[in-house]
Design a protein around this ligand. Sequence first.
Ligand code: SF4
Length: 171
Amino acid sequence: MLSAQSTDKKVNEVTPELYRRFPHFRDLQHAKVKEIESLIREVNYHKTKAKHLIATSVRVCDVYSGKVPRTHEDLTSLPGVGNKTANVVLSELKITPAFPVDTHVYRVSRRLGLASANTRDKVELELREEFEPQIWRNLHHWLIFHGRRVCKAQRPLCSECDLRKICPSAE
Ligand code: SF4
C-alpha cells in the first residue's frame, strides 16, 4: 500500500519506525491519522495512505479476526488495496499463484515482446496466458530485477544486456 506511486527506498526508510510503533493491526486500528501521516510523510500521497492504513486495520480486525485475508476479492475490499497489491500479497505469502504487474514488469515485458497491451491489467492477463502459474512469482521478480538493474525506464543498458540478441527493442 505504501509503495504505490512511491519508491521502495522511501518506503523502506519509514517502515521500521511504523512497525515498531504499530506492530499489529490491532494497534494500528487505534492510531491517530496525524501520527501515521507524520511517520510516513516521506512517502507520496501520505495523507491518503495514512487514512487507508487505519481503515484497513479496522476492517481486518472487525471482519477478518486481525488476519490478512486470503482471497483476491477480500483483499481488494480493503481500503487502499488494489489489484496489484492484492496480487503481491497472494504471491508473496504463497497463497495462490498471482502475477503482480508494476511499472517494471509492465515496461520490460512489453520491450521484450512478452506482452503488447497498453494497460497493466491487460498485460497481466497476457502474461498469465503466456506462462505457467508455477513460474509467475519468479518471473515477476526477474522482470523487476532486470528493469531496475538493466532495462531502465529512461536509458535501457542494451549494450550490457544478456537478452539483447532476442529482444525486439534492443538499441
Ligand atoms: S535489450 Fe535493451 S530493451 Fe531489450 S531487455 Fe535488454 S535492456 Fe531492455
